[in-house]
Design a protein around this ligand. Structure first.
Ligand code: ADP
Length: 384
């Protein structure tokens, strides 16, 4: 079924008809509409509200939903109230256990001065990023993490893509993470790696509307309040794009480096360059670029077609003086395995594709383990 796209401006016009009885102003004019997101007939709205009015605004919230739901082609409408002004530092997030640390195992900490989040016990945190969505960032992050593990490196994977968490699907995780002490969550082990995703905690059909500070808070908690234990590498699958949320994450987390995933199309490379600029701005070493969907490999005849002009990322990497980590073809097996919870590195470990991911993982590890590049300075020992 084709669903007509609903424009943000059409939603806004409808919201202009919803009047707040307390002020006599419509919600748009009153500056209450914080954000509107539409996707395939589903509309999500955030309403910035004065916390003092709290529950009194519930009828207004419902009126917004009803008005939008009555629009042609709208399948669902969800309005949520946020009151960022009241609690800018700790907005409600699914893992709400901010107090730290009192000896619950390896709690992450913010190191003094720079405000950077470090996870004790984890030697290297690396980000997998892309300039835009749909380029195969998550597929690369999963197979890279499994490729590191296949190389004998103890690895964790944090799905930081809280707008569209993909780890439940890609790793076939259905269970919820457990907590032994009501404070720290145990990561879910899959295929020999420790994993955590907001998708393990929040049901898939729950609308998730995040604002900048909430994103950082949820991510910090997923680093802090998860018993990652001792790891050589924690791979962080970043939210797609290079907006404020990504920049904050790149700034706040003590990253050893970043891997940028790009398709060969020029347009994607422009986006990839933005990713590169973002990490450079915050002095995070870029470990290299992966060209995903590099060329098409026909699953029937094995013929190779360079439909997207293969090689763009390699050339671009050379121009930008960042390492080129490798290319992954567009192949049905990569999609079906990762979309069915059995990523190719573990389900077809001897295939050429699995080998390509393992080689990329090897190149990443080589940089991380080289003393002069990528590695973070050794942690300071504080005597008390
Ligand atoms: P992103 O994280 O950038 O949004 P995903 O990793 O979720 O992208 O990939 C988007 C879709 O493309 C998924 O269905 C995934 O299985 C598929 N995909 C990713 N890389 C490949 C590839 N190399 N070959 C075939 N399908 C791929």
């Amino acid at each position: 079924m084709n669903v007509a796209e609903i424009s943000e401006s059409a939603v806004r016009r409808v919201l202009e008809t919803v009047i707040d009885p307390a002020t006599g102003k419509n919600v748009v004019a009153a500056g209450m509409v914080g954000g509107i997101a539409t996707r395939a007939g589903h509309v999500a709205i955030t309403l910035d509200v004065d916390p003092a009015r709290g529950a009194a605004l519930e009828p207004l919230r419902q009126a917004c939903e009803q008005a939008v739901r009555a629009m042609p082609d709208v399948l669902s409408a969800t309005a949520v109230m946020t009151s960022e002004r009241a609690a800018p530092a700790a907005p409600s997030a699914p893992l709400a256990t901010p107090a730290r640390p009192h000896g619950h195992g390896p709690a992450a900490k913010t190191t003094g001065g720079t405000g950077r989040i470090d996870v004790p016990g984890v030697k290297h945190i690396i980000a997998v990023a892309s300039g835009k969505g749909g380029v195969g960032k998550s597929t690369t992050a999963v197979n890279l993490a499994l490729g590191l593990a296949a190389n004998g490196i103890s690895t964790g994977l944090l799905d930081a893509d809280i707008y569209g968490p993909s780890m439940p699907r890609m790793l076939g995780v259905k269970e919820k993470p457990e907590s032994t002490d009501g404070k720290m969550l145990k990561p879910i082990e899959r295929y020999g790696i420790r994993t955590m995703s907001i998708g393990y905690i929040v049901a898939e059909d729950t609308p998730m509307i995040w604002r900048g500070p909430m994103v950082s808070s949820a991510l910090e908690q997923m680093l802090r309040d998860v018993q990652w234990g001792e790891l050589d590498v924690l791979v962080v699958d970043m939210p797609p794009g290079t907006g404020d949320a990504q920049l904050t994450l790149a700034q706040r987390v003590a990253l050893s480096g970043a891997v940028i995933v790009s398709t060969p199309q020029d347009i994607a490379l422009i986006d990839a360059r933005k990713g590169l600029a973002m990490f450079r701005k915050v002095a995070v070493p870029v470990l290299g670029i992966v060209e995903n969907m590099s060329y098409f490999l026909c699953p029937k005849c094995g013929e190779r077609s360079e439909i997207f002009g293969h090689g763009g990322a390699r050339d671009e990497a050379a121009k930008l003086e960042v390492p080129f980590l490798g290319e992954i073809p567009l192949h049905l097996d990569i999609r079906t395995t990762s979309d069915s919870g059995h990523p190719i590195v573990v389900s077809q470990p001897d295939s050429a594709h699995a080998q390509a991911y393992k080689n990329i993982a090897g190149r990443v590890w080589k940089q991380l383990s080289a003393p002069q590049r990528g590695a973070r300075p050794a942690p300071k020992i504080v005597m008390r």
